[in-house]
Design a protein around this ligand. Structure first.
Ligand code: ADP
Ligand code: MG
Length: 332
């Protein structure tokens, strides 16, 4: 698959924000297995960036390199104005990382975890207590603060983990799959937390396997596949990379299906499912003319669904994975 890199989003045109993170030609192999095969990323300060890819794509490897946990084999990297290979301490001072594997110590309480972080950041006892209390409050952990963290739910542990990361007031936060394994409610809570971080001016670099999450949160998305960035841009830009939407008509009466199929041009037929796909932008005007036409021809479809291209389509078109979960909206 050819690599396609979108130009910088219009949102960041004009006086471009300084890059919080950038990489050019980032490479990493384990033995003879190439995991990252030349990755170019540009993440403006104060934005949310989503690195999207299936399991094993190399997302965590990118996060580990950018957060100085491992070193790259090649390429230029800049995080908060520093090269992690040259000045890892400066990078560490500017970032916070919440990994797939939590830093939370289950044996001690949420509050003790927070105070430990405050100590690590050399805050005074008084300042540490103030910051811990404020963050526990902000992340809705006041009631749980005196209980061992091992008793927390998955969502609470993630919240504590992010709260601990914020003790050091990082300017850039790496969130490696922050919602994997969370129930829908905790996931939405996490999305809210991430949005609030950004409104405070923090740059968020998140990885996810969920297209919906990238679409919800990210200013820019890069699709990682086979060690390369298959596409990069805003959700809207990515959606424009693939063919447009369609309307799907489904019939139960074979005769109605056949007459519609022979009368409508430019349709894709599925004779087995008795369904027709008609290219459409999904606009009210196009839908109305289709419905008018069906009425006037005396044809009644049993179901009409509108499909506008979404990130699933982009993702699956770019990564060549299996059939996507179609996000269809029934209009009738
Ligand atoms: N320490 C390691 N040694 C060997 N292979 C590794 C190591 N870490 C990761 N890999 C391999 O690199 C690839 C990418 O892994 P990873 O970055 O964890 O992917 P993701 O986070 O997207 O699921 C996988 O094939 C994984 O098996
Ligand atoms: Mg990972």
């Amino acid at each position: 698959m050819s690599s396609f890199v979108m130009p910088t989003s219009s949102r960041f045109n004009g006086y471009a924000s300084p890059a919080a993170v950038s990489t050019v030609g980032l490479r990493k192999s384990y033995g003879d297995k190439t995991v990252l095969d030349g990755i170019d990323l540009l993440i403006p300060a104060g934005s949310v960036f989503a690195l999207l890819g299936p399991n094993g794509a190399g997302k965590t490897t990118v996060v580990k390199i950018l957060s100085t946990l491992i070193t790259a084999d090649g390429g230029q990297i800049q995080v908060a104005g520093h090269d992690p290979a040259v000045d890892p301490q400066a990078v560490r001072g500017a970032i916070g990382v919440t990994g797939q594997f939590s830093a939370v110590d289950g044996l001690i309480t949420g509050e003790e975890n927070m105070l430990l972080m405050a100590d690590l950041h050399h805050l005074s006892k008084r300042e540490g207590r103030r910051v811990a209390a404020e963050l526990l409050e902000r992340f809705d952990l006041v009631e749980a603060a005196k209980k061992p963290a091992s008793t927390y739910s998955g969502g609470m542990k993630r919240r504590l983990d992010i709260a601990m990361t914020l003790v050091g007031s990082p300017r850039i936060i790496f969130l490696d799959e922050p919602t994997t394994g969370l129930d829908p409610r905790s996931r939405h809570n996490m999305w809210q937390i991430i949005r609030e971080l950004v409104s405070d001016g923090v740059t968020v670099f998140l990885t996810t396997q969920y297209l919906e999450e990238a679409d919800e949160l990210a200013d820019r998305i890069a699709v990682l596949n086979d060690g390369r960035i298959a596409a990069q841009g805003t959700a809207e830009e990515l959606k424009r990379l693939i063919p447009g939407g369609h309307v799907r008509l489904r019939f139960t009466d074979p005769a109605a299906y056949r007459s519609a199929a022979s009368a409508l041009r430019e349709t894709t037929r599925d004779d087995e499912a008795l369904s027709l796909q008609i290219p459409s932008d999904g606009s009210q005007r196009e839908l109305r003319s289709l419905l008018d036409w069906l009425d006037s021809a005396g044809i009644e479809a049993d179901e009409l669904t509108v499909h506008t291209p979404d990130l699933d389509d982009v993702f699956f078109a770019l990564t060549g994975s299996n059939q996507p979960n179609r996000n269809q909206e029934a209009v009738r």
